[in-house]
Design a protein around this ligand. Structure first.
Ligand SMILES: [Zn+2]
Length: 565
């Protein structure tokens, strides 16, 4: 049996800032200079919504469909200035953040190109730094933009295929659901659906799931839960719009017991500090694919602002209710205020001396240093896991160790240092289909890494094979995606496959030389290929191109190719 990890310490409530939910900001007209403009004309279809559950974070914005194509204009949603521009083959890809005159921010990601001034700025920074990844913060008077002005074109850079990822932030950079603004809400809303209600015993971790019966937006739980230990509620509910098919999270969840408010969760906004804490809300052990189960219990050790506990017990049903039968009602709502609810009952039979009701702290993980084998040190920070976990770390081979955590994912990164005397050793994690390279640094003496999200088996493996490079090809159009942008006949795309199945391609440093000129290529992870946009006249003049690539262990390959246009 797991130890009941309650600490009865007074906790100051810091959750009072959660604003009225499901109410649109008042005074905002559908389309005025002060309202947000929908950032593209590609489509009004939302493929992924705000606060959608991703394994490592909340989805911080909306994904607007671009019909599987790239090159649609992206417009400034409000007037302001370019606050930040960044480029990376991962994550957001090519991204612009605007700061508006009302101090709010909007963000546009996975872009294929920036317009004029911004493109030139990025280009010169890449040349100065000599690497593909750049992240620029601009002065407020550097590049001004007007509402509706084109700032970029949609693309497929970073994670995922072609689409526009769009975020709205308030002046504190908190994430705001764009669809709460009338001028951005282009969806036809349906009321949320409730699939199951569940309870989890706090001492044993035992889960009971009840199906629901109902019609329209009223559901009733099939079972009455009989509880002999402290517990909390979990709900499997979802909302739908666009192509959503009941995959989206409800934006507001509310639990009442015997008619009294117990817990409410608001997912129409969250603080930047909550961005990675999706696993404090989502029950990762019950959720599968798009079936997302939401915990109605606050983990006190995390200052997590989407929760607004009305009860002193933060959602944990403990000693504040008398033994006997109680009624509950869980209501879920979407951005438009459409709602559904489920009602049911539970019978509480707690034994033993009744503790004085006080806000408990679920203390789930203390700082810990572990050494599974000589030369290897692991530092687990405080609250590295979202719940209590029986951690087991041990050596499994000369070059490998295993971190076991009952399938509980990491909330914070674990710091690894490994004494090595080989600069070609890299860190790998065992995946379902083989070893997967982990981002790490090897200075020749020490291998360091910050292990995140998943636990499992880790090994130091030597990589001395350089990446392979395919045939170098030239095309007038983007060879990977259909683009609706006008073709620039003065330029060509030079592209080639680059692949490294060990420590992966060093994506910062893929060089193309044409004559005396050097270009940094863009790497597309999905296509495993590098691409570069080169002046047509230059290509006609030179007979050879040369490609130079490295992997993360520093193995280098140079390929020279002759071609004619
Ligand atoms: Zn997105």
């Amino acid at each position: 049996m797991k130890r009941l990890a309650l600490r009865f310490t007074p906790v100051i409530f810091l959750f009072l800032t959660v604003a009225g939910v499901c109410k649109r900001p008042s005074g905002e007209a559908k389309n005025s200079a002060s309202s947000y403009l929908f950032p593209t004309n590609a489509s009004h279809m939302i493929n992924s919504g705000f606060a959608d559950y991703r394994s490592s974070h909340f989805h911080g914005g909306i994904d607007i469909s671009t019909n599987g194509k790239i090159g649609y204009p992206v417009y400034a949603s409000k007037s302001g200035y370019v606050y930040r521009v960044s480029v990376s083959p991962f994550g957001y890809g090519k991204r612009i953040i605007l700061r508006h005159d009302d101090s709010t921010f909007t963000l546009y990601a996975h872009l294929s190109a920036f317009t004029g001034e911004i493109e030139r700025l990025v280009d010169s920074e890449q040349r100065i730094e000599g690497k593909y990844d750049v992240d620029l913060r601009l002065r407020h008077d550097a590049i001004r933009v007007k509402r509706g002005e084109m700032i970029a074109r949609t693309g497929a850079t970073g994670d995922g295929g072609p689409h526009l990822h769009f975020e709205v932030h308030d002046s504190n950079y908190s994430f705001i659901d764009p669809l709460v603004f009338r001028s951005l809400d282009v969806t036809r809303s349906m009321r949320p659906r409730i699939f199951n209600v569940a309870v989890r015993g706090f001492e044993t971790g035992r889960v009971r799931i009840s199906g629901v019966i109902g019609r329209g937006n009223f559901y009733r739980a099939r079972q009455t839960f009989r509880m002999t230990e402290p517990f909390y509620f979990i709900i499997h509910a979802a909302d739908s719009y666009g192509r959503g098919r009941f995959k989206r999270p409800p934006k507001h969840i509310e639990l009442k017991i015997d008619g009294k408010d117990y817990v409410s969760v608001n997912l129409t906004e969250f603080k930047a500090s909550d961005y990675l804490d999706v696993r404090s809300l989502v029950d990762t052990r019950l959720s599968r694919g798009y079936k997302t189960y939401y915990k109605l219990c606050v983990d006190r050790a995390v200052p997590f602002t989407v929760f607004a506990p009305s009860s002193p017990l933060s959602g944990l049903i403990y000693g504040d209710l008398p033994n006997g039968k109680h009624d509950y009602k869980i209501t879920v709502k979407d951005e438009n205020g459409d709602s559904s609810s489920v009602t049911g009952a539970f019978v509480l039979q707690l034994n033993g001396p009744k503790e004085t009701p006080a806000p408990p702290t679920i203390s789930y993980f203390a700082e810990k240093d572990v050494s599974p084998m000589p030369g290897v040190a692991l530092h687990f920070p405080k609250n590295a896991f979202v719940e209590n976990v029986d951690l087991e770390v041990k050596r499994v081979a000369d070059n490998a160790f295993n971190i076991k955590s009952d399938g509980m994912p990491l909330r914070k990164r674990v710091l690894l240092t490994w004494k090595v005397d080989d600069p070609k050793l890299q860190l790998f994690r065992r995946g379902r289909y083989g070893w997967i390279h982990e981002p790490c640094m090897n200075d020749g003496d020490v291998l360091t890494a910050r292990i995140g999200y998943e636990t499992g088996e880790f090994a130091a493996i030597r990589d001395d094979v350089p990446p392979s490079v395919g045939r170098i090809m030239v095309s007038r159009k983007n060879p990977f995606y259909v683009s609706v942008a006008p073709t620039d006949f003065k330029r060509y795309f030079v592209y080639f496959r680059v692949f490294d199945n060990m420590s992966r391609v060093d994506t910062d440093d893929i060089l193309l030389r044409v004559g005396t000129q050097k270009f940094l290529c863009e790497y597309d992870i999905d296509k495993r290929a590098a691409i570069c946009n080169v002046d047509a006249a230059l290509l006609r003049r030179e007979k050879y191109v040369e490609v130079e690539v490295r992997d993360n262990a520093g193995n280098r390959r140079v390929v020279k190719s002759r071609f004619s246009l």
